[in-house]
Write a new protein. Structure first.
Length: 287
């Protein structure tokens, strides 16, 4: 069966340009149906969309998708059920099949992992375990001290004590868990100050490590600015994921914490003891 022919019109130009497969020459059934509709309904002629308009629409769609993906990626998975708790001490976060330290290990739970607590029990050794649901298909027993919950009395104090560890990144990560889990705790000013102090200590450590990676002979003189290599140093990545950012002193080639939590202390808790210390820290930064 031959495809019906008709005078060249705006519709045929548009179809032949945009959809080269759907042309009379292809002699396919699909092209025949499309062209038949155009011929039988001349009043409803196909008008080619204005190309800049199409390009703008496509660009807007890509932009929306780009903005949405990071949001979905950063959103934590909330397990089914109530009594949500978060893993704060990953050293104790071994998920086991029974409430026993010698029981078979199912998996390790990472710091910051959300779980749903279904019950607790104390075993013969006196160790308190929580029965938790991690996903719809994964559940088990984990030592209760590995978890903190906003609904359990004293957990904010226990986590604040854990923040006093020696490693600056561990302090930052646990402080971030505290701030997300206990929005109304009276200990927040002290935790904010601890986070800022740990971040400044991390800046000093990064300042010692980065120059070893970027020796002058390795940086092209006619390429990207030297300071941009430092600001793209991969040692900053894990801090960035914790919401901690740094500035860079080009003259001294040193990193400094940007002071965000110190400003938060001064703004939200101006009469606290921590506010006085935060002001001193900001003065050093020149803010």
């Amino acid at each position: 069966m031959l495809t019906p022919r008709f005078p060249r019109s705006d519709a045929s130009h548009f179809l032949q340009r945009k959809f080269p497969i759907l042309t009379p020459r292809s002699r396919t059934r699909r092209s025949a149906r499309i062209l038949r509709v155009v011929r039988e309904h001349p009043a409803r002629s196909f008008r080619a969309p204005h190309e800049p308009t199409v390009q703008v629409a496509v660009a807007a769609l890509i932009l929306l998708i780009g903005l949405a993906l990071p949001t979905f990626a950063q959103k934590k998975h909330v397990p089914p059920g109530g009594n949500i708790a978060v893993v704060a001490d990953e050293r104790l976060a071994a998920l086991r099949v029974t409430p026993n330290l010698s029981a078979r290990l199912i998996r390790r739970l990472g710091r910051g992992k959300l779980v749903s607590v279904r019950g607790t029990t104390r075993n013969r050794e006196g160790v308190l375990f929580s029965h938790v649901v991690v996903t719809r298909r994964t559940s088990g027993w984990v030592q209760s001290e590995a978890l903190v919950s906003s609904g359990r009395n004293g957990d904010d104090q226990r986590l604040a004590h854990l923040i006093g560890g020696t490693d600056e990144f561990e302090r930052i990560a646990r402080a971030r868990i505290f701030l997300e889990t206990f929005p109304r705790s009276a200990l927040r000013p002290g935790v904010l100050l601890a986070l800022g102090n740990a971040a400044e200590e991390a800046a000093a450590q990064l300042s010692r490590e980065a120059p070893r990676r970027f020796e002058r002979r390795e940086i092209p003189t006619d390429g990207a600015p030297e300071f941009s290599y430092y600001m793209n140093y991969n040692g900053l990545d894990r801090y960035n994921r914790q919401g901690v950012t740094f500035t860079f002193d080009r003259a001294r080639k040193r990193f400094h914490y940007d002071g965000a939590v110190w400003r938060e202390i001064v703004r939200k808790y101006p009469d606290s003891r921590e506010a006085a210390e935060a002001k001193k820290r900001l003065a050093v930064l020149g803010n």
